[in-house]
Design a protein around this ligand. Structure first.
Ligand SMILES: [Zn+2]
Length: 295
């Protein structure tokens, strides 16, 4: 076996057991093997979902993840993520631009960009969400590849959050981003890391209950993201780490060994939390990583 991204033969088995299948508390019926490349650091499993394309177009995917495909429910779940996304992107790069979000769901983030961007290209496999976004006046496509005929070399800013870990081939994804971007255009791509602090403190408990999931085909390291970007043709490549979960979340996990057991006490102060997050970000221990590339 070789690494699917960098082709190195130095592969190690890091886990074999049940993994999350959909929302919290749902697991696979059979054990799944997780692998890591010792060269580029990427973690992956063999496909558990047979036809990913049909799966992500279906209601079944969103239902299993979130219990709903209703658009109002989508906003309720995802509007709160917008502030985090603006932390990754800043607000100043979108005005008067042709902007695309790949894997945008019902367009919760794009709704906030609509007032400043000139044109919005909404890329989302779920058919139910595409029709909602077409009504908003967004140009909609199921996949980045489908948008190329109309928007190849034209899009000025691309964002994509929590998507690249789901795709069959992250290298093709990155090449699609490159092909869509105009000369001088920027892309900002965010994905969860392997949360190294949680893995080190909780090991298989954290891996089984949260980290490893059938729907996340990949956990990309900084090195693997840089390689993908370079191979796609990007020359200006940067990454930044962002710790999303707070200190109370870490304490809750340590106490209960369960997700969503966050501890909210007077001693989990904002200052402790700020130090915790900034140390994670500075040292690359964070649970989220964002890639910044320009063409
Ligand atoms: Zn590799």
């Amino acid at each position: 076996m070789e690494c699917k991204l960098c082709k190195s033969k130095k592969i190690k088995s890091i886990y074999s057991g049940l993994i999350r299948n959909g929302g919290l508390g749902k697991y696979t019926e059979n054990a799944v093997d997780m692998w890591q490349c010792e060269n580029c650091g990427v973690i992956w499993h063999e496909p558990v979902i047979e036809d990913t394309k049909t799966y992500y177009e279906s209601k079944e995917y969103r239902d299993s993840l979130e219990g709903s495909t209703e658009q109002e429910m989508f906003y309720k779940l995802h509007d709160k993520e917008t502030l985090d996304k603006f932390e990754y992107t800043g607000t100043e790069i979108f005005r008067h631009k042709i902007v695309s979000d790949i894997g945008c769901g019902a367009g919760a983030f794009l709704d906030f960009l609509k007032g400043v961007a000139d044109t919005i290209v909404a890329i989302e496999p779920s058919e139910a969400y595409r029709s909602v976004m077409a009504e908003k006046g967004f140009k909609t496509y199921a996949y980045a590849e489908d948008a190329k005929a109309d928007w190849g070399d034209k899009i000025e800013v691309i964002t994509s959050f929590d998507v690249i870990e789901h795709v069959d081939d992250p290298q093709i994804f990155m090449k699609d981003v490159f092909d869509l971007l105009a000369e001088g255009g920027k892309a900002i791509i965010g994905t969860p890391t392997d949360a190294p602090v949680m893995r080190s403190l909780l090991g298989e408990i954290y891996e089984k209950k949260l980290l490893f999931s059938t729907q996340h085909m990949w956990i990309l390291s900084e090195d693997s993201l840089r390689r993908l970007a370079k191979n796609a043709g990007f020359q200006k490549i940067e990454v930044k780490y962002f710790q999303r979960y707070d200190f109370g979340n870490l304490l809750g996990w340590l106490k209960e060994k369960e997700p969503r057991s966050d501890i909210r006490e007077t001693f989990t102060t904002g200052s402790i939390d700020a130090v915790w997050k900034s140390e994670c970000n500075r040292n690359g221990w964070s649970d989220y990583i964002v890639l910044y590339v320009s063409k």
